[in-house]
Ligand binder design. Structure first.
Ligand code: SF4
Length: 152
């Protein structure tokens, strides 16, 4: 059943308070691009903004966001984080918790030899297009590293 639309972004399940700064619309996953190691930025929205893709906040059992670290679409090749030659102004710790978002397929385009690269996200990023991996029932504790803001 489709969730009710929220009155505005301030009442939307896809604008969670965490990770900070918590003012970002996390409705959609990023799409592949043409540049290697692309970082992505979720759009900033005001509490009074609104759209037709939102979902009203409920009791926690309805629509919401999934953390990249817990998402079946988050990919760390050979279990390793992304390791670019240049860190793009981000600290070593950020890259140590990085992976590729593979949620979206590339779209067809006019060029026949276009390169495709999936975007890099942090373990603590999240979005509403993600899908949770099966819950780990062991006692092992998985800590999600803090998310530092990407340069704008
Ligand atoms: S939660 Fe999943 S689909 Fe969403 S950005 Fe992270 S890896 Fe991609």
């Amino acid at each position: 059943m489709k969730a009710d639309l929220p009155a505005n972004c301030g009442a939307c399940a896809y604008r969670p308070p965490f990770p900070l700064p918590g003012t970002l619309c996390r409705r959609h996953a990023p799409s592949p691009g043409q540049d290697e190691f692309d970082l992505v930025h979720w759009p900033k929205v005001k509490p009074t903004d609104r759209c037709g893709d939102g979902a009203a906040l409920e009791d926690g059992t309805g629509p919401g966001v999934v953390a990249c670290q817990a998402c079946i679409h988050w990919h760390q090749p050979d279990g390793q984080p992304v390791k670019p030659d240049y860190r793009k102004g981000l600290p070593v710790d950020w890259w140590a918790a990085s992976g590729y978002c593979t949620r979206r397929a590339p779209s067809p385009a006019a060029e026949d030899d276009r390169k495709v690269h999936w975007p890099v996200t942090h373990a603590a990023d999240s979005c509403g297009d993600g899908a949770q991996v099966d819950v780990d029932t062991s006692d092992e504790v998985h800590e999600v590293p803090a998310l530092e803001a990407a340069p704008v």
